[in-house]
Design a protein around this ligand. Structure first.
Ligand SMILES: Nc1ncnc2c1ncn2[C@@H]1O[C@H](COP(=O)(O)OP(=O)(O)OP(=O)(O)O)[C@@H](O)[C@H]1O
Ligand SMILES: [Mg+2]
Length: 270
């Protein structure tokens, strides 16, 4: 199948306090239409920087080198003009969801106004209202009429994260890049958000690139997984193959650590 999103030899080197940090250092990665792909790896391995490069929302630091290509539907995201990039984001393109929903929601605006902003392409207020309610329902928020009238601080963490996902779905993207979409949430709410993402993947055929520490989430959602270490991909495999027989020593240690954590939790000692 042809790729929806594909990175080739992507490098993002940052200049931090006068030193070069090779946050992403020659990465190849592919997402096919409708596929759910995971990126895992230890803290600082470059996952977020890679996710940002794939959507060209680069970190707010000096970039010493940005090279390689990121093709979305055949066009190079890293090379395209800013107007073209905006058009792609607004219209059936690439959407990104970050870890901390509060910092991406405007505290002074009710949810209906924020969704309306994301739905500017619709013809009138009636259509905006209807689509806003539909989007909230799609992410599992059934009480849409009430939620639309609330401010972000009046929502729980799980509701905020789902509102953010609803906003990301507003331009009808073909792919959603989600960076640690459940990290800030407690276990039950994490599970609900994961189920929501799974449903969007299965019912709408929404492709996803999920960045996470959580191997349980990978097992639940992903078809394919890339393991990052020190800015590079050290292993790429279908999810079953990775869990059954990791080829790389680092991947094996990551899986062993996750199993130990799981066992400790099951014993109720944490
Ligand atoms: N805004 C920034 N300022 C300074 N250094 C940064 C910045 N963003 C990334 N880096 C550096 O780039 C490297 C990769 O960071 P990145 O945030 O991509 O890792 P990560 O795998 O997402 O980690 P985590 O799991 O903790 O989110 C790290 O060495 C990090 O310190
Ligand atoms: Mg990160």
């Amino acid at each position: 199948m042809s790729n929806l999103l594909s990175a080739r030899d992507v490098k993002v080197h940052l200049r931090v306090h006068g030193r070069i940090v090779k946050a992403v250092d020659g990465v190849d990665l592919d997402v096919e239409p409708g596929q759910c792909v995971g990126i895992v790896g230890e803290s600082g391995s470059g996952k977020s920087t890679l996710g940002r490069a794939m959507t060209r929302l680069l970190p707010n630091v000096e970039i010493a080198e940005l090279s390689g290509s990121v093709r979305f539907c055949g066009e190079d995201v890293l090379a395209m003009a800013p107007e073209r990039l905006n058009a792609l984001r607004r219209h059936r393109g690439l959407s990104m969801v970050f870890q901390d929903p509060l910092s991406y929601l405007n505290p002074t605006l009710r949810i209906d106004r924020q969704l309306a902003e994301a739905l500017r392409h619709l013809p009138d207020r009636h259509a905006v209202r209807e689509t806003s309610a539909e989007l909230l329902q799609q992410v599992g928020l059934d009480d849409a009429e009430r939620i639309l009238r609330l401010y972000p601080h009046e929502l729980s963490g799980g509701m905020r994260q789902r509102v953010l996902i609803a906003m990301a779905l507003a331009p009808e993207p073909q792919i959603l890049v989600a960076d640690e979409p459940t990290t800030a949430l407690d276990a039950t709410v994490q599970y609900q958000v994961i189920q929501t993402l799974r449903r969007l993947n299965q019912e709408r055929g929404l492709a996803m690139l999920i960045i996470t520490h959580d191997l349980g989430m990978v097992a639940e959602l992903c078809d394919r997984v890339y393991v990052m270490y020190g800015g590079k991909i050290v292993e790429a495999a279908d999810v079953f193959a990775l869990f059954d027989a990791p080829q790389n020593a680092y991947t094996a240690s990551l899986l062993a650590a996750a199993r130990r954590l799981h066992q400790t939790k099951a014993l109720g000692t944490t």
